[in-house]
Structure formats: C-alpha cells, structure tokens
Design a protein around this ligand. Structure first.
Ligand code: PLP
Length: 637
C-alpha cells in the first residue's frame, strides 16, 4: 500500500486488506457504520457469468459507491456547521452540486436525496443541465437552491423563470451584463419576480492550472463597473430587491486556504458594498475550488494536491466572510458553495484489465542459431557483431550499446536495399535485445496493454496531463516485480499513461500470470483508477468509437458479501456508438445480411450463422471481450 501511497490519497475510504485487495470503507473512519467492501469481489461478482448471481458485465467498469457520496456530502455539511458554530457565525451553510462534474442521473438523484435534510441544491451551467436540475430538485428540499450559471439566451432565462413559478428556489446568476435586459424583460412577460445573482470577476488570481478562469482577464463574470451598472439598471426597473446573491469562482483545485481567504475576503467586500447600495443581499456563493489530494502529498505547491482538508476549508471561508461583514456591520449572509470535485471524485472507481505485457522477444535468435546470425551481413556489420559479442563477454556496457546500435542500423540499411532477409533482420534485433537484457541495460519498463480507452475514461490525462492514482486492486500482498506504463486500445500514440502520481514515469506492477485474460488462460490482472468521479465521464469522447464503461451501483449491506449490487448497466454497444455518429445499425445489419446471401455459399444455415454473428457484434461492447463473445463463436453462446 505504501508503494502506491494509498494511505495518502485513499484515506479514509480506501485501504488494503490482509488478502492484498483494495477495500472501500464507505463511511471512512465512522466506526458505527463500519463495513469493508472488497473491490475484487465486486468485479468477480458482476463480470463472471458463472458466479452466483453473476451478471456477465464486460469491463471496463465503473463502480459507483453511493455510500461514499453520502459521506462526502455529510462531511462537507458538518465541516461548515462546525466552523459556523465554533466561530459564532450568524447564518447557515447551504451548498449546491454543480451538475457539470458528473450529470449521471443516479448521482444527481442521490445527491438531492442525501442532501435534502440540509437543503442541498444544484447548480446548472446550460439548458439541458437546467432541465435535469429542475426535474431532480422536484424531489428535494423546497429551500434547496437552484443556481443558474453560464452564458444564457432568452430560452435559458425563461426556463429559469418557469422554474421559479414551479416553486423551485431558483437564482439567475448574471454571467454577462447583457443578460440583465433579458431577465427584466422576460420576468415581466412571464409575471415572475426573479431572484438575481451577479457573478463577480475577482482580482484575486489562482496561479495553478485551474486558475485561468480567475483574475481581471478571466473569462467569466462582471467587473466592478459592470456590477455598478447592473445595480443602477435594477434600481431604475424597481427590481433592486431582486438582487440577492453574489457569486464568484476563482478556479478549481484552489491550492491553499490563504488564497481562498483572499478571494472570499474580496468577494465579501463586494457583497457588503451591494448591501450598502440597497440590494436585498442574502447569499454569498463562493463557487467551486475545494480541492482533492490526488497524490496524497498534502502539498499546496502542486496542481494535483491541496494543503488543507474539509474543516480547514470551511473554517477559512466562514472566518473571511465574518471578518469583513462584522467590520461593515452587515448581517452575515447564507454561505453557498458549488463544490463538485470534492463531492463526487471519491465515490466512483474505474476498473480495467491489463491484457498483455510487452516483453523483449529473443526466441527468433535461438530458432535461427547463433552461428548463422552473421551470414549475409556486410563486413562492417559482421565486425560490429563480433565487437558486440566480445564487449558482452567482458561486461562493457557502453560498448555493448554502441555496437548494438551500429549493428542494428547497418542491418536496417541492408534490409532497405534488399540484401538482407526478414528472418535475418529479426534475428539481429532479437540478439541485440538478448544481449541488452543479459548485461542489464535493456529497458526495464514494460508496456502493459490495457482494455480501456484513455480518451473516453481518463480524458483529463490526455487533455491537461492530470494525474490520478492508478493501482492494481489485488495482489498487493505481493511485491510487484516489474515497472510498466499503460497503453490503451486506441490506435493513437497519445493513448498511453506514462506519468503517475509522485512524478513517477512508470508504475510498479506485478508480472502477468501467463498471458492475460483474452489471449490465454492465465490469471487476470485488474487495475483501478481512483478519484475520477468528477469531470472524466462528462468530458470523455468516442475516439476509435470506444464508448463508456459498464457501470454498477454498489451499496454496503449486512449480507455475507457486505455489499449489494443495486444497478448494473452494460456500457454502450457497438451499435450505440455507431448511432452517435449517425450510422444506422439496423440498416447496416440488413445491408450485410444481403451481402451474405449474395456472396455466401448457398448454405442457408451458414448464412444465418453469419447474420446472427453480425447482429451480436453490433450488440456487444467495443472493448476486448472474452473469446466466448466473438463473431466466430458458436451461435448458441
Ligand atoms: N462552479 C463553477 C462556476 C465552476 O466553473 C466550477 C468548475 O470549474 C465549479 C463550480 C466546480 O468546481 P470544483 O469542481 O472545483 O468544485
């Protein structure tokens, strides 16, 4: 566990049991609700069709843990309640979940349900997000906020106003000054008294990767001049009482509480000024930014770590607002935050399988025989070969590398001009690899091929180089014998993970037992990507038409397994992903069936088998499957 720093990034939810498997404690250190869920048991149960109640789901797999989600929400709420109580703050905390972090229906529904006792709400940034937030919040607390952010047109604003008519506690936050005219106009037309917020463009700037939205030149929000114009215009329209919320967001992954307090303090000053100018201010919405410690280093210097916990965060926010408001004798506002990453990251684990590990292939040397290796080589190449042999015998590393490089290059030149056969070329390559390995200079890092698309499932690694903890979910009682990088299924050289938390360029991995799950009968090797519950699913693409993973929802239970699978959804099929690109699977199957009749043998049975095999391929997921699912398999399987 220490090799993978699990205690750092995983606490209090993830650790390793005595069998060497990763376990989840959904309620962290809360000993009253202590249950341990073994991730390997979940994988076995849902992927093995032969296990009792097995579902035969294909990997990759997202395991969602709603109990962890509940614990995150409750921990955030308690952190604010503690800070409010201990500092004598005179209003409450009431958060919202920004649905952009993961719009999955069941996640949003869970958040609304778990957060209902403490009026937790939702934030939307587009029309479809608003539609889903409206419908989900119908089952939430009537006081829960529905914060409408993002660029808005008349339709978006009308929807938000209709939401108010439906008694949802909706706030239209002005992202651009131009939105105000639409709000004034449409609210009159629809006879709705709107609640309006303004998003302030703060001067406080966070310098990490995620801070580019902040500062004077940031993409979003209103400048002080624009805020003043909004106040004036609302006053002229007799609607200044509608302005009730001040919002800002200085960026995700705020590295330190010092920077946080700086930003919150600046916003609190604007809040107090809006009170002075006559607005009926009630809520300060501090946006997102509550960070996650992806590498467990607790460092404020890195983009993937933060130097604070939930309690420190809440305490810094409450103190900064209280300090400013007390000095200006302004009533303490309700505090709202839009934490996304901090709420959903932990609750979902992506599990995928390594299917093979590349090793240097020296077999061809032995098949050709060492004596005949030199045949057909030019004199220079033969000299290199001889020098390489004697350097190897004398253990002269540098010379070995030099002669091996020279020999290989000369052979490639000979091959290109047609004077060397392919067997000879392969034998020379194999021999050089063999020598490198023997003298310990071969590249010790192996490439593990994984049944996954990085573009679909870990897009932030590809897009912005973000690192996530990746760890085998079993065999952690054995010392990993090799190091490896991970290469995915896509035909794209970017489809690999060659950077890992802690700045490592490879990951300690176990030897695959025999060949992996698809080509041989050996043991399976499962890896988990942790803390990826926020953003990754929403951002993932369809490169090479690899769709999303299968998803299971797993609750802790008192039964023999300590868990219950309450939902299991296979990932999109080949037909599903083709449909996204406007192909029509039904027509495609028909076309191919006709082709089979036209060109197949006159054997109706064989044609029928081809047709049903094709239909099955459209129905199956795009990822590598165990051989029983293949086109060539018996049609009864
Ligand atoms: N609110 C707004 C306006 C955002 O732009 C974002 C994300 O960038 C969030 C909330 C969520 O931030 P985080 O995931 O850091 O909590």
């Amino acid at each position: 566990a220490s090799l993978y720093k699990i205690d750092g990034w995983g606490a209090p939810y993830f650790s390793v049991n005595s069998s060497g498997n990763i376990i989840v404690r959904p309620y962290g250190n809360d000993t009253l609700a202590h249950q341990e869920i073994d991730l390997l048991k979940i994988v076995k149960k849902v992927s093995d069709p032969k296990s009792s109640g097995g579902l035969g789901l294909q990997l990759p797999l997202i395991v969602r843990l709603p109990d962890v989600l509940k614990n995150r929400l409750e921990s955030l709420q308690s952190a604010f309640e503690l800070a409010i109580q201990s500092q004598g703050y005179d209003a409450h905390y009431q958060g919202v979940y920004p649905v952009k972090c993961n719009q999955d229906r069941f996640i949003v529904e869970d958040i609304v349900k778990f957060g209902s006792p403490f009026r937790f709400g939702l934030e939307a940034g587009s029309k479809p997000e608003l539609l889903l937030a409206m419908s989900c919040l119908c089952k939430g607390s009537p006081e829960a906020l529905l914060v409408c952010n993002g660029f808005k047109d008349a339709e978006y604003i009308s929807l938000a106003l209709v939401a108010r008519k439906l008694a949802l506690n909706t706030v239209v936050v002005l992202e651009q000054e131009e939105e105000l005219d639409l709000v004034i106009d449409l609210s009159k037309k629809l006879s709705v008294r709107p609640v309006i917020g303004v998003r302030a463009k703060l001067r406080t700037k966070h310098s990490g990767h995620f801070g580019s939205t902040s500062g004077e030149k940031g993409k979003f929000g209103l400048t002080t001049t624009q805020i003043l114009r909004v106040v004036k215009k609302l006053g002229q329209a007799g609607m200044l009482d509608c302005l009730q919320l001040l919002h800002f967001h200085i960026g995700s992954q705020i590295p330190s509480t010092a920077l946080l307090a700086d930003g919150v303090g600046e916003a609190a000053q604007i809040y107090c000024e809006l009170v002075r100018l006559g607005a009926c201010m009630r809520v300060i919405d501090i946006g997102g930014g509550l960070g996650i410690d992806y590498d467990g280093s607790k460092s404020s210097e890195s983009d993937i770590s933060v130097g604070y916990g939930l309690e420190d965060y809440a305490s810094a926010v409450v103190r900064a607002i209280q300090f400013v408001c007390d000095r200006k004798s302004v009533k303490h506002p309700v505090i709202c935050s839009e934490s996304g990453r901090a709420i959903v990251s932990h609750h979902s684990v992506l599990i995928f399988e390594a299917v093979s590990a590349g090793v240097a292939d020296t077999s061809v040397v032995t098949s050709l025989g060492l004596q005949s290796l030199g045949e057909g080589l030019t004199e220079d190449a033969r000299a290199d070969y001889g020098n390489l042999c004697s350097a190897a015998l004398n253990g002269e590393y540098e010379k070995c590398l030099l002669y091996a490089d020279q020999l290989k290059q000369r052979c490639v030149d000979q091959f290109k001009e047609g004077s060397l056969g392919i067997e000879q070329l392969a034998a020379v390559d194999g021999f050089c690899d063999f020598v490198s390995k023997a003298i310990g200079v071969s590249d010790p890092v192996r490439t593990y091929n994984v049944n996954l698309s990085i573009f679909t499932s870990i897009p932030d690694f590809w897009g912005i180089g973000q690192l996530f903890p990746i760890v085998p979910i079993h065999r952690l009682d054995q010392q990993p014998g090799v190091r490896g990088i991970l290469s995915d299924l896509t035909c794209d050289s970017d489809g690999k993970i060659d950077k890992f938390i802690g700045g490592e360029l490879s990951l300690p991995l176990h030897e695959m037992e025999g060949e992996g799950g698809f080509t041989g009968g050996g043991g399976r090797y499962y890896l988990g990507m942790f803390l990826g519950g926020a953003y990754e699913e929403a951002l993932g693409g369809l490169h090479n038409l690899f769709g999303g993973p299968s998803v299971v929802r797993v609750l802790q239970s008192d039964g023999p397994h300590s868990f219950a699978v309450t939902r299991a959804v296979p990932g999109p099929s080949c037909g599903d992903v083709l449909r996204v690109m406007q192909h029509e699977p039904e027509l495609m199957i028909e076309t191919l069936k006709h082709r089979a009749e036209e060109y197949g043998h006159d054997d109706g049975m064989a044609n029928a088998a081809i047709a049903s095999g094709l239909a099955r391929s459209f129905h199956n997921m795009p990822y590598l499957a165990a051989s029983s699912c293949c086109l060539t398999a018996n049609s009864n399987s």
